[in-house]
Design a protein around this ligand. Sequence first.
Ligand SMILES: Cc1cc2nc3c(=O)[nH]c(=O)nc-3n(C[C@H](O)[C@H](O)[C@H](O)COP(=O)(O)OP(=O)(O)OC[C@H]3O[C@@H](n4cnc5c(N)ncnc54)[C@H](O)[C@@H]3O)c2cc1C
Length: 292
Amino acid sequence: MSVEEHVPLARYTTIGTGGSARFFAKPETLEELHASLRWAEEEGVPVETIGLGSNLLVHDDGVEALVLKLAGELATAHVEGDLLVAGGGATNAVCLHRARAAGLGGFEFASAIPGTAGGGVRMNAGAYGREWRTVLVDAVVVDAQGPRTLTLDELDLDYRHSGLKAGEVVAQVRFRLEQSTPEAVKARAAELLAQRKATQPTNKRTFGSVFKNPEGDRGAGSLIEECGLKGHRIGGALISPRHANFIENADGASSADCIALMIEARRRVRESFGIELRHEVQFLGPLALPDL
Ligand SMILES: Cc1cc2nc3c(=O)[nH]c(=O)nc-3n(C[C@H](O)[C@H](O)[C@H](O)COP(=O)(O)OP(=O)(O)OC[C@H]3O[C@@H](n4cnc5c(N)ncnc54)[C@H](O)[C@@H]3O)c2cc1C
């Protein structure tokens, strides 16, 4: 197992901001992953995992941890009967490709979610009325003690939430899909992607939804938009003129710029509607939003 030091993380995130990982490794097998986790425990170093960094904001000063990015066989996917078996680091695009080739449907909702199978478990990612827990059977989760298989119930998935604990890494996921045809899967995925492109800034650097939708019928984007914040800019970051629950890296943004926009959006929504927005984007390093 090789551990690199001081590896810049901005290129591993879709927003493209943030500093370096103190330690960084790309385990390619379950054994390498377990060895990395044991190493971190022995060294007393916390562990963080990144997928495609598509819902991630990294502190500008970096993160004092071992950051893992699953690769090799931990980033592949294959089909067994009606099961799609994906490494935790397999991208949703690869998963969908394998499912489509095998004529399995039910994963098309993930076509517009630019993450990995493991990141999707952590976030219970979802779109268009479906989410990870709709299709997930179980997941192999690894910590310094070794791998164990957690059932859907044990993973405790809820709206953009899972019961995974710090330092637990999703190494493999099994999804149960439905019989379909490659043509039908392709057509459905294309339809959902077109819907997505019509409403969201898909060709900009963002980290997806900034805030979770609060309870009630108003989405976070609509509340922020009503505060007049679409297009509001701090430093190189801007609240997307296309969808107000997205922050774009318009021009050399820092993570601090993104946080400043989040603070402003939360303050204004609280003032106008009495609603406290909670962030969906995950923080790496000592980032936090102050109490309102
Ligand atoms: C343009 C765009 C559109 C998006 N649309 C949607 C959408 O419709 N629905 C939606 O739910 N999300 C959406 N997202 C957000 C994001 O794609 C999802 O949350 C995705 O599931 C994150 O996966 P990831 O692999 O990139 O995880 P990362 O962003 O890398 O990490 C997110 C969290 O998961 C953890 N994590 C990552 N991999 C693992 C692993 N193997 N084991 C344990 N923990 C892990 C990280 O530590 C972090 O806490 C969008 C993002 C973008 C940029």
